[in-house]
Design a protein around this ligand. Structure first.
Ligand code: NDP
Length: 594
């Protein structure tokens, strides 16, 4: 039990650790992977083949072949519309196409993370399945719903422009295509553009290097299925970054390399994973019709403060919410005010983080290393991690933590990496440095969207996102977004947002088709009201001004940055609201035109 003085000490420590990491350049500290760095994003998994440009018409173009494009494409096909997915990768899968690093695994339980399990009849093999199974599931969805037929892979959209005379979108690509489509679905993903840290000398390294989202198995040996990386046995390998990706791949590197150096700027909080195989008998006992919807609703309610009698998933995501609820429920009803709620949140967080820090001491043999692996911030300041081999990896004599005390790597030289004036010679340097989050939508998507009267989306969103339900945008008819912001904004399980938006989009597109409508667009007042509603919400528990910098708070510059705005009454309430909106059949707020 922490005393008042203990809590104050922790608050001060958290602030001091944050201050150490604040930097004036924010997101500008990272490099775009273009020009001399463009080779970092070349697809190492599928050879690119040439094809002739296309100029045909299709009812729906889905930009992005990850979960968003797959699930929305599936629902649109079920609604009887023709769909073409355009994807920059060499196949379906999105995040799971690109991220094939060793140990890649979902961090949210498979039963709720993998979309369309019921429709595809797939039983996940583990509570948290590994990357290859998720990629195979993506391919399964694409096959089952006929999405391979018209798909264009290794194709990047370069521009989207609304043709007012014909009520169609003109879709231009880097293959010279000039397609027309009645609707365009944008499922480009929140974290799809890899970035590198702007460390002085980064271009000078003469050894081998790659980003984790383009894992070079030709160099390391092994494969994404878990075969050992035998070509690293005589190699000195460095990895920059200790976020969710590094937490999953470091144990594999520690086993494979002659010597591994993990360059850390901010430690992740690494809680217990508790993975296990799924027993087919148990699965059969829970998988009655409608099971996945029940699980999704239950996880969301547990994780984000909704009403739930039981906790089906029971893991690190729901644990903190359980603790907060228990504290609040222990109070007399008339004492459950905002102050008491915030105190319950803070106390639960201190308790949780103390446990996670104690875990480092319990697991890591070297005292100094254990100390440096401890995270000094609130659990939801950064993406929480869960792993049962990451901390343990530092007990492997080949693995060394090189802590930069919040400063980051000082310099990269032709031979290796410099921290605090000491050079660490390396044969291979791996960047687990994450993805662009805080940059403009058009920069991350890779193209500009030009709507009615030549207005671009960048112009329209210059002062922030404006949508109805996170899906429709005034001035951009028939353009449909699949993403969490302005909607449920459920960050702990992105696919739940996607599955739900896909249902709305399929319904809207089918209604337009059935009624001979060529345009659908939100009415101005509906969009204005929605924007005002989502901006009225309370401060989020994710990120925050007092948090250590990271992509959750725009590198320490904007407290609600990543989470942005969402339905102010929470994810469960949004799903309930939008389900009633769909069921009403009135399409309130949308204008359908012939
Ligand atoms: P992150 O952005 O989380 O991590 C990047 C890492 O690079 C951080 O540790 C960062 O330190 C470090 N870094 C950046 N610049 C420097 C520098 N100059 N010197 C030293 N270190 C530096 O990227 P990830 O790829 O790990 O994860 C991105 C997101 O992808 C996750 O947060 C998660 O949402 C998702 N993900 C999901 C997984 C799943 O569900 N299974 C698995 C993996 C990722 P600092 O913290 O100080 O900025």
């Amino acid at each position: 039990m922490l005393t008042t003085a203990d809590k104050e000490t922790l608050r001060l420590r958290y602030l001091a650790e944050r201050d150490k990491r604040l930097r004036p350049d924010g997101n500008d500290q990272y490099l775009r992977l273009t020009g001399d760095l463009a080779h970092f994003v070349v697809d190492p998994y599928t050879p690119r083949t040439e094809r002739a440009p296309l100029d045909d018409f299709i009812t729906v173009v889905c930009v992005g072949g990850g979960f968003a494009g797959l699930v929305t494409g599936a629902r649109l096909r079920q609604a009887g519309l023709d769909v073409r997915v355009i994807e920059k990768g060499g196949g379906f899968g999105g995040t799971w196409y690109w991220n094939r690093y060793p140990g890649a695994q979902c961090d949210t339980a498979s039963m709720v993370y993998l979309p369309l399990l019921e429709e595809t009849g797939h039983m996940p093999t583990e509570k948290y399945v590994h990357g290859p199974e998720i990629l195979a599931h993506c391919q399964r969805i694409a096959r089952q719903f006929g999405l391979y037929e018209d798909a264009l892979f290794h194709t990047e959209v370069t521009g989207l422009a609304w043709d007012e005379a014909r009520s169609v979108w003109i879709v231009a690509t880097d293959r010279g295509d000039r397609l027309t489509a009645r609707f365009v679905v944008l499922g480009t993903g929140p974290l799809s553009v890899p970035k590198l840290p702007g460390i002085p000398g980064i271009g000078s390294f003469l050894g081998h290097s790659f980003h984790t989202s383009r894992w070079d198995y030709a160099y390391t040996g092994g494969d994404a299925e878990g075969a050992p990386m035998d070509r690293l046995a005589d190699k000195r390998v460095g990895i920059i970054g200790t976020g969710a990706t590094a937490v999953q791949c470091v144990p594999h590197l520690a086993r494979a390399c002659r010597e591994l150096r993990v360059f850390q700027r901010t430690p992740s909080s690494v809680d217990v994973r508790g993975n296990h195989l799924i027993d087919p008998e148990w699965f059969a006992s829970v998988a009655a019709p409608g099971w996945q919807r029940r699980w999704l609703e239950n996880f969301t309610a547990n994780q984000s403060g909704g009403e739930a009698d039981d906790d089906l998933v029971m893991d690190g995501w729901t644990d903190i919410a359980r603790r907060i609820r228990a504290r609040v429920e222990a109070l007399p009803p008339d004492a459950r005010d905002l102050g008491a709620l915030l105190a319950a949140v803070e106390d639960s967080d201190f308790e949780k983080m103390e446990e996670i820090r104690a875990r480092a001491d319990a697991v890591v043999a070297d005292r100094e290393t254990a100390q440096r692996l401890k995270a000094w911030y609130r659990q939801l300041c950064k993406r929480p991690c869960f792993h049962d081999e990451y901390l343990q990896a530092f007990n492997n004599p080949s693995a060394h933590l090189i802590d930069t005390d919040g400063k980051g790597v000082e310099r990269i030289t032709p031979d290796g990496v410099v921290v605090a004036g000491r050079e660490y010679p390396l044969d291979c340097l791996i960047y687990a440095s994450g993805f662009e989050v805080g940059t403009d939508y058009a920069r991350r998507a890779g193209f500009e969207v030009t709507g009615k009267a030549g207005l671009t989306l960048s112009e329209y969103w210059a002062d922030g996102m404006r949508t109805l339900h996170g899906i429709h945008v005034r001035g951009f008819p028939n353009l449909l977004f699949v993403q969490p912001t302005h909607g449920a904004n459920l960050i702990s399980n992105i696919p739940h947002n996607i599955v739900d938006s896909a249902a709305t989009i399929a319904l809207v597109a089918r209604h337009a088709r059935d009624n001979g409508c060529t345009e659908v667009e939100p009415v101005p007042e509906a969009e204005e009201d929605w924007v005002a509603l989502v901006r009225s919400g309370p401060e989020s528990l994710i990120g925050g001004a007092d948090c250590t910098p990271g992509y959750y708070n725009n590198e320490g510059r904007e407290s609600r940055f990543f989470l942005g705005e969402g339905y102010p009454y929470g994810p469960s309430a949004y799903f309930e609201y939008i389900s009633q909106w769909r069921a009403s059949g009135t399409f309130a707020g949308l204008e359908f035109r012939r």
